[in-house]
Design a protein around this ligand. Structure first.
Ligand code: NAD
Length: 515
C-alpha cells in the first residue's frame, strides 16, 4: 500500500551540512566534465561519426560533455526498436511499471545534489533552481506511479441487465518525447515517465543544450529496472532527427515542450498522414508564454515587488512561466518601478557554481537574441535598469526593466525568454486585465490586490492556464498546481495533474452479452 503523494522538500542551503553536500556534488561532477556519451538504442551504446559538445554557459569554453550527432538511420533504428518492444512492454502489469518509477524516485533522491550539480554546469541554474528541478522530477516519478495504479483500477460504468461491461485504459504505442533545455531533468523526465508508466515505449530526443542530463536520466531509469529498448535515447539536431521521428509513420504520439515556432511546426508535420500510417498521431505541445503580473494600488506592495523580481529574473527569465510583462495601475506606477529597480540592482550576477541569484543565459544564440530585443526595447520604452551584457566568461546579461511600454510593442508581445521585463501602465484594474489578455499566449499570470471582487473578476476573466493571486507566477508544484497553458501556450496538457496520464492512454470498452 502506497502512502499518499507528498511533494519532495526543497533543500535548505542555509544549513551548513546541506551546503557541504552540495559542494561535494559540484566537485564530483566537475571532475567528470568533458566525457563522451553514446546514443542508447535497445540498451546498446552506439557512437556516431559526427559529435557535438554541450558547453557550460557560465564558463563558455568549458565542455560539459561530448555527444553523438545521430543521423536518420539511428532515428529509424530507435523507432523500430520502440515499435517492437511495445508488444512486450504494453503487457507488463501497470503496478510493475509503477514500481520502476518508484525505484527511480528513490535512486534520484539519493543522488539529488549530483543531478542538481549537472544542471549547474550544463544549463547555468543556481543551487536553488537546480535543487527545485530535481525535486520536481522526483515528484513526477512518485505522482505518476500512483496515478497509473489509479487508472489501472476497474472504471465505473452504469450496469444494465443483459450484459457484463468493462471499460479500461490501454497504451498507444511508440511515443517521441521532445523536451526543452530549461527544466532539463524535470520536464524531460515528466513527459518520458508519463509515457512509460502508461505502457508506451519512448524515443527521447533531448535538447542539445542539456543532452548530458538526458543520458544521465536514461542511465537512472536502467538502474531502476527499465528493460532495454523501452526507452531509447537519440541526441542530435531537432531539425533532422527530430523531424524524422515526428514524421515517422510508426510514431503514435509526440510529447513536446518548447517554443511556439517549433511546437507549431511539429503539430503541422505530425498531422500529415504518411504512407503506411494506421492512425492519426496524438500531439501534446506545451509552448511559450508572455506572462503578466498585475499589481493594483490596494496590494501589499512589498510582497508584490519581491514576487515580481523573483518571477521576472529567477533563472534569468528563462522559464515559460516567467513574468515578462508587469502591468501597474496609475497611482503606484512610479513608486513601484523604483521599488523593483532597487531590488533588481541588488541581485549579484555570476557563475551558477557560485550560486548567484542571476547566472548566464543558455548559449551564444540566446545572448544575441536577448540583446537584440533589448535594443528593440530601447526604441519602444524607457530603460529603467540593465540593458547590457555583464562581465564574465559566460553569457551574462544584466536583468533589464523597461517602463512606459505600449501593450502592443514587440517587447510586450513576443517571447524573449531572458531577463527582460516590460512595464505597462493601466488606467485601473479592469484596464489592467484587458491588457493582460492582449496576447496570443495564455500560460501563467499573477494578480496582486486585496479586493475580493477584483480577485473574483480575475479568476473569471484572466485567460491563463495557471493563475496566481498574491504570489509569484513561477514555481508550480506537482499535483498542487497542474501546469499548462491556453492558446499559443499549448494544448493545455496540465503536467503534474490528474488528467495528464489520460493523454498517453486510450479507453477500451468491452461488452459481453449474458447467455
Ligand atoms: P525549442 O523549441 O527551441 O526546442 C525544444 C525542443 O525541440 C528541443 O529538444 C529541440 O532540439 C527540439 N526541436 C527543435 N527543432 C525541432 C524540429 N524541427 N523537429 C523536432 N524537434 C525540434 O525550445 P527551447 O529553447 O528548448 O525551450 C524554450 C522554450 O520552451 C520557450 O519558448 C519556453 O516558453 C518553452 N517552454 C514551455 C513550457 C510549458 O510548459 N509550456 C515549459 C518549458 C519551456
Amino acid at each position: 500500500m502506497l502512502t499518499p503523494f507528498q511533494n519532495e522538500p526543497i533543500t535548505d542551503f542555509s544549513v551548513e551540512s546541506n551546503r557541504k553536500r552540495m559542494l561535494e556534488a559540484i566537485a564530483k561532477v566537475e571532475a567528470q566534465l568533458g566525457q563522451e556519451y553514446p546514443l542508447v538504442i535497445n540498451g546498446e551504446r552506439i557512437y556516431s561519426e559526427e559529435k557535438f559538445q554541450s558547453m557550460n554557459p557560465s564558463e563558455k569554453d568549458q565542455v560539459v560533455g561530448i555527444l553523438q550527432k545521430a543521423n536518420t538511420d539511428h532515428a529509424e533504428q530507435a523507432i523500430q526498436v520502440a515499435t517492437e518492444r511495445f508488444e512486450y512492454w504494453k503487457r507488463v502489469p501497470p503496478e510493475e511499471r509503477a514500481m520502476i518509477l518508484l525505484r527511480a524516485a528513490t535512486l534520484l533522491r539519493n543522488r539529488k545534489h549530483e543531478f542538481a550539480a549537472w544542471q549547474i554546469f550544463e544549463v547555468g541554474k543556481n543551487w536553488l533552481e537546480a535543487d527545485a528541478d530535481v525535486a520536481e522530477a522526483i515528484d513526477y516519478l512518485e505522482f505518476y506511479a500512483r496515478e497509473m495504479i489509479r487508472y489501472a483500477q476497474p472504471q465505473p460504468l452504469t450496469p444494465i441487465a443483459t450484459e457484463r461491461n468493462e471499460y479500461f485504459y490501454i497504451p498507444l504505442g511508440p511515443v517521441v518525447v521532445i523536451p526543452p533545455w530549461n527544466f532539463p531533468l524535470a520536464i524531460m523526465l515528466g513527459m518520458t515517465t508519463a509515457a512509460l508508466v502508461t505502457g508506451n515505449t519512448v524515443v527521447l530526443k533531448p535538447s542539445s543544450d542539456s543532452a548530458v542530463i538526458g543520458y544521465k536520466f536514461v542511465e537512472l531509469m536502467e538502474e531502476a529496472g527499465l528493460p532495454p529498448g523501452v526507452l531509447n535515447l537519440v541526441t542530435g539536431p531537432g531539425s533532422t532527427v527530430g523531424d524524422y521521428l515526428v514524421a515517422h509513420p510508426k510514431t503514435r504520439m509526440i510529447a513536446f515542450t518548447g517554443s511556439k515556432e517549433v511546437g507549431i511546426h511539429i503539430y503541422e508535420l505530425a498531422a500529415k498522414v504518411q504512407p503506411g500510417q494506421k492512425w492519426l498521431k496524438r500531439v501534446i505541445a506545451e509552448m511559450g508564454g508572455k506572462d503578466a503580473i498585475i499589481v493594483d494600488a490596494d496590494a501589499d506592495l512589498e510582497d508584490a515587488a519581491k514576487a515580481v523580481v523573483a518571477s521576472a529574473f529567477g533563472f534569468q527569465g528563462q522559464k515559460c512561466s516567467a513574468a515578462s510583462r508587469l502591468i501597474l495601475t496609475e497611482p503606484i506606477y512610479d513608486d513601484f518601478i523604483e521599488a523593483i529597480k532597487a531590488r533588481t540592482e541588488a541581485l549579484s550576477i555570476g557563475p551558477a557554481k557560485e550560486d548567484h541569484p542571476v547566472g548566464p543565459v543558455i548559449n551564444a544564440g540566446a545572448e544575441v537574441k536577448i540583446l537584440s530585443y533589448i535594443e528593440i526595447g530601447k526604441g519602444e520604452g524607457q530603460l529603467v535598469t540593465g540593458g547590457e551584457k555583464a562581465e564574465g566568461n559566460g553569457y551574462y546579461i544584466r536583468p533589464t526593466i523597461f517602463k512606459d511600454v505600449d501593450e502592443n510593442a514587440r517587447i510586450a508581445q513576443e517571447e524573449i525568454f531572458g531577463p527582460v521585463l516590460a512595464v505597462i501602465k493601466a488606467k485601473d484594474f479592469d484596464d489592467a486585465l484587458r491588457i493582460a489578455n492582449n496576447t496570443e499566449y495564455g500560460l501563467t499570470g499573477s494578480v496582486f490586490t486585496k479586493d475580493p471582487m477584483k480577485i473574483e473578476k480575475a479568476k473569471r476573466e484572466f485567460h491563463v492556464g495557471n493563475l496566481y493571486i498574491n504570489r509569484k507566477c513561477t514555481g508550480a508544484l506537482v499535483d498542487v498546481h497542474p501546469f499548462g497553458g491556453f492558446n499559443m501556450s499549448g494544448t493545455d496538457s496540465k503536467a503534474g495533474g490528474r488528467d495528464y496520464l489520460l493523454l498517453f492512454l486510450q479507453g477500451k470498452s468491452v461488452s459481453e452479452k449474458y447467455r
